[in-house]
Design a binder for this molecule. Structure first.
Ligand SMILES: [Zn+2]
Length: 210
């Protein structure tokens, strides 16, 4: 490696500061895959075991090379988002948050969910560990207009968003939608995000977390 390359490597690792675990990088491409109908559901023509989750939902493909290229702060990596939800990993540092997990919602998400409180909330934003809450407020533009932090005793995956395919005489047509995991339509989805239902929760203040 030349001195120039070494300098470039150092520059890359320090240039972006801490990039959240779920942020997609420019090297993680979404190369087109052929979607077909097989067994009464959508599938890939060259499907592998990794293309579906444990519930049998087909997921959009995305390369996996965090740290390579430029962080795409407005894009979430499909697999890391799903993994953070399923395993309750912190969306910023990627460490297991487990029972310490807190959930941060913009005021608009929180107030827009339902009219009766405390009602269950659905979110696509994975949890945080307490020590990453402050950093998350700085990193996430959608939280700047006001946010709430809560700890939920019941969390469960409830839906996916992605493209829903429909066979037509002209071939498969797709529409972006949110589909509940118990909806038969889920067989026609190519998912990009997992939605979690938060219930039995307590609102907490960020300054009581340390
Ligand atoms: Zn963290």
């Amino acid at each position: 490696m030349s001195l120039h390359d070494q300098a470039a490597t150092v520059d890359r690792s320090t240039r972006w500061g801490a990039v959240p675990y779920i942020t997609a990088w420019s090297s993680e491409d979404t190369s087109p895959s052929r979607v077909v109908v097989r067994g009464g559901r959508v599938a890939y023509s060259d499907e592998s075991l990794y293309d579906r989750d444990a519930a049998g939902v087909l997921w959009a493909r995305m390369g996996f090379s965090p740290g390579v290229g430029v962080p795409q702060f407005k894009s979430v990596h499909f697999l890391r988002q799903r993994r953070a939800m399923r395993r309750l990993l912190c969306q910023v540092c990627g460490q297991r948050a487990g029972d310490d997990a807190v959930w941060m919602l913009s005021v608009r998400e929180y107030e827009g969910a339902d009219g009766t409180w405390p009602a269950p909330i659905t979110t696509t934003h994975p949890p945080l560990c307490p020590s990453c809450v402050e950093r998350s407020v700085r990193l996430c533009p959608h939280l700047r207009g006001g946010h709430v932090v809560l700890r939920a005793r019941k969390v469960a995956p409830v839906a996916v968003s992605g493209l829903v395919y429909r066979p037509t005489p002209a071939g498969l047509e797709s529409t972006p939608m949110i589909v509940a995991l118990d909806d038969p339509l889920v067989r026609w989805v190519r998912a990009t995000q997992l939605h979690m239902l938060l219930d039995d929760y307590t609102l907490i203040q960020p300054d009581t977390l340390a």
